[in-house]
Structure formats: C-alpha cells, structure tokens
Design a protein around this ligand. Structure first.
Ligand code: MN
Length: 200
C-alpha cells in the first residue's frame, strides 16, 4: 500500500491468454505510453491519461489471433489492480467524481464512487459493432474488469450520440475527468478517510 505522498503502482499480470504490465502515477501530467495491440484501445487509454492527468504505461501481449476479448478485459482488470495499489488507504481523496463530456453530437455522463464496493451500471447503445479492431461489446468488459479490481461504483451513460467513435471517446473522457475529480486530494480533508465508517 502506498501513502498519499506517492500514488504510483507497477502491476504485472500473466495468464495463458495475456501478459500485461501497467505502471501508473495518479498525480502525473497525462503522459502515456501504450502498446496494447489494439489501436483504438490505445486511443481510449490515452484519453484516460490526458484528461485524468494520470501517467500511464501499459503494454500487453494478448491472444489477438482469437479476438480482442481477453486483451481488453484483462487490461481493465490490471488497470483496476494498479489503481487500488496506487490509491492506498484513500486518505484525503474526494471519493466521488462526475463529469459530462461532449464531442460534437455525442454526450456522455460518468459518475464514480471509490467506495470499496464493485458495481458497474452502464447504459450505452453503440451505433456500430466495432471501432477499428475494438469490438464495442468489449467496452463493457473493460469497465467491468476495472470496477471489480479498483472496487468502485461506476455509472456510465451515453446520453446522445450518432457516431460510435464519438460515443466511445466521450465515455472515456468523462471517465477520466470523473476519476480525476474523485482521486484529487482535498486539502480540507488531508489525512482523512472520506467515510463515516472509517475505512473504504
Ligand atoms: Mn478520436
């Protein structure tokens, strides 16, 4: 576990299906080095880094000869594990965050609570089945993997959207902005765990 002074993590996760390495700094500047083997996923992870001001270094060797499922889901899992480790005891965080992000005709809302309990509630109807090499069904699998291991409640709603690239990008940008707000250290509650329970 890290103290709030150093919110970084390095996680490796290797199975018969994927070999993943994730390095993150929650207090970064948005630097990203991404090599997942799925170009569109790299583009989305780049949004998390840039708009979340999180430094992200992610590499994956996955069984893409089958399809992208294991790669996308397992990156969600490993990223969630890295978040958990980097957050440490969650002292001084704001805990809740939300964001609305538009991109032209598309608009998404993401609300997050780093509650210690996993829960994904996602209402997104993609207008296309794939985005480059990314099957749009896998966006749900990514966030399910993340939520199960970052132990957060996550509500994702795409409110409007015609172009599926826009829909997906607004989801990841809104996720990034919501996460940034939730994990920001609040100087008014320095060293305090934001729960009347005393732990998260
Ligand atoms: Mn784009």
């Amino acid at each position: 576990m890290n103290s709030s002074a150093d919110r970084t993590a390095n996680v490796t996760r290797k199975t018969a299906e994927t070999n993943i390495r994730v390095a993150i700094n929650l207090d970064g500047t948005g630097q990203a080095k991404l090599a997942t083997g799925i170009g569109f996923l790299d583009h989305m992870l780049d949004q998390i880094a840039r708009h979340g001001l999180i430094d992200l270094d992610i590499s994956c060797e996955g069984d893409l000869h089958i399809d992208g499922h294991h790669t996308v889901e397992d990156i969600g899992i490993t990223l969630g594990q890295a978040f958990s480790q980097a957050m440490g005891d969650k002292k001084g965080i704001r805990r809740y965050g939300h964001s609305y992000v538009p991109l032209d005709e598309a608009l998404s809302r993401v609300v997050v609570d780093f509650s210690g309990r996993p829960g994904l509630h996602m209402d997104v109807k993609f207008t296309s089945g794939s985005l480059g090499a990314l099957d749009t069904q896998l966006v749900y699998e990514f966030f399910q993997g993340f939520v199960n291991h970052a132990l957060c409640t996550l509500h994702i709603d795409n409110l409007k959207g015609v172009n599926a690239h826009h829909q997906c990008e607004t989801i990841f940008k809104a996720f990034a902005r919501a996460v940034r707000a939730a994990l920001e250290l609040d100087p008014r509650s320095a060293g305090v765990i934001p729960s009347t329970k005393g732990s998260l």
